[in-house]
Ligand binder design. Structure first.
Ligand code: HMG
Length: 442
């Protein structure tokens, strides 16, 4: 007997209300070619928080939109998990602050709900969904749904190479049985190792070895793909309509997608069709050493990325996944969930019916861990996705000058005691009112 599906039943997003234009505002001050950002990293804008926004207000605003859209109240929610790597409290989880905000506007409260905070860099958003999935599958949810909120202010030290990949925002997701949007697979693949390329040990901004962080991302992703392939039935390129990857910047996804395609095209008609052009994929058993095999793989990948077959696949299965990331930057824990949303929104725009089709979702967090699982798009997906107002939010952002950007970056740097006027006006939303009282709705 088949199990009732469990997965994502609703999604809402809240973008930081400021925007930094990378090619036109950031590049000239850094004396860089704008194409380094638009073509190299693949980013146009970063979303940044206004002075009255933080991870709590953005998370609470996204969650309020989601509960309202679904017509839910606190009594319908049995669990609130927040994924973040921008937490400011080592004791109380951020979910308690967010629940406190929401309780100001609903008649009942969340006293019955299990609240927590998940940490493993960017992969913790996916881990929170996993926790919710397991809780529902175990039958401990008493008919209630779980609220998962991934919220971050992904800021780097000024002058750090990561500065061009900043972002801020929250994505709220409702996890439930019989979901409207996607059902999660039971199969998962993992690649996990103790790494030190991206750290925030008791510090606000990360210490990053950017180039190494990219190699670590690819190494863990390869392991997770191999682990997934060892147990799953659907592992071929034809099995998946799209592959949303964790997107620190779209240029990283270009590298990850090539790796992904090599794996999921292995042993398929696609590999056979490509063989006359670039040969078959090297198999490890054909080489005298691991080094020789890896060298052969690199040569194969260099040729693969120039083929029409790969380019067409990339345009269809990958390009739509980075549309939002290009306009908002890295939202850390929310990033792969933005990639899924971007995918589904572009399918709505293209009038493509995805019901029954599969996504292969590839999450990653520094430190480091990659996770792969499949999702099946559900019949109600289009009605659930079409009303999400991402474009309206992104168009409404205030466009910062470089000088304004530096001042607001200082406001969000807790080591500096800086106060400036807000650039935008709150409109019936939760706002940060200072340490102690924290936030209220204005
Ligand atoms: P950089 O060193 O300033 O940039 O920063 P670059 O010189 O390597 O250039 C970037 C790309 O632009 C290169 O492309 C250049 O060739 C190209 P590639 O060779 O890599 O394909 N380029 C140009 N293209 C066209 N026209 C031009 C031009 N100039 C250059 N004129 C770096 C790059 C990633 C190091 C930096 O942004 C950084 O440190 N970022 C933060 C770390 C990061 O995002 N790492 C990604 C993997 S780790 C991860 O995803 C986890 C994370 O999300 C955190 C977490 O999990 O918690 C970060």
């Amino acid at each position: 007997m088949s199990q009732t599906p469990v997965g994502i039943d609703g999604i809402e997003l809240w973008s930081g209300k400021l925007r930094l234009d990378l090619p036109n505002t950031f590049a000239p001050v850094k004396d860089e070619d704008p194409e380094k950002y638009t073509k190299g990293l693949g980013v146009e804008h970063s979303s940044l928080p206004d002075v009255y926004e933080d991870i709590v207000t953005m998370g609470a605003n996204a969650a309020k939109q989601l509960l309202d859209r679904k017509g839910l109240t606190p009594d319908d929610i049995g669990r609130i998990d927040v994924a973040t790597e921008s937490a400011f409290d080592n004791s109380k989880p951020v979910s308690t602050y967010i629940a406190g905000c929401l309780e100001e506007v609903y008649e009942d409260d969340f006293h019955h709900a299990n609240k927590g905070e998940r940490k493993f860099a960017c992969v913790s958003g996916t881990q929170s969904i996993d926790d919710a999935y397991n809780w529902i599958r175990a039958g401990r949810n008493r008919g209630r749904a779980a609220l998962v909120i991934a919220t971050d202010t992904a800021l780097y030290e000024r002058g750090d190479p990561g500065e061009a990949t900043q972002g801020a925002g929250a994505i709220a997701m409702l996890i439930d049985s019989d979901p409207d949007i996607v059902a999660l697979s039971t199969e998962q693949g993992f690649g996990s190792a103790d790494e030190t390329d991206f750290l925030k040990p008791n510090q606000q901004f990360p210490s990053v070895d950017g180039k190494r962080s990219m190699q670590v991302y690819l190494a863990r992703m390869r392991e997770a793909l191999e682990d997934y392939e060892s147990i799953a039935d659907d592992t071929h390129s034809d099995d998946f309509a799209y592959i949303p990857f964790h997107t620190p910047f779209p240029g990283m996804v270009r590298k990850a997608a090539l790796l992904g395609f090599r794996h999921i095209s292995r042993g398929t008609d696609v590999e056979s069709a490509l063989a006359s052009e670039i040969g078959s994929q090297p198999r490890e058993s054909e080489y005298v050493s691991r080094e020789a095999y890896e060298e052969a793989i690199r040569g194969y990948m260099d040729e693969l990325k120039e083929t029409d077959t790969y380019r067409e696949w990339y345009e269809t299965a990958i390009d739509p996944t980075v549309n939002i990331a290009r306009m908002v930057g890295n939202w850390y824990t929310g990033s792969v969930h933005i990639a899924r949303l971007s995918t589904l929104m572009s399918a709505v725009d293209a009038d493509r019916d995805l019901a029954g089709e599969k996504l292969l979702v590839a999450s990653y967090g520094s430190g480091a861990q990659a996770e792969i699982h499949a999702e099946t798009v559900q019949p109600g997906w289009r009605e659930a996705i079409a009303p999400i107002n991402v474009d309206t939010q992104l168009e409404a952002r205030y466009d910062l000058s470089f000088d304004e950007y530096e001042r607001v970056h200082d406001v969000h740097n807790h080591e500096k005691d800086t106060e400036i006027e807000a650039f935008t006006t709150p409109e019936s939303e939760f706002v940060f009112t200072g340490w102690g009282r924290m936030s209220e709705r204005r």
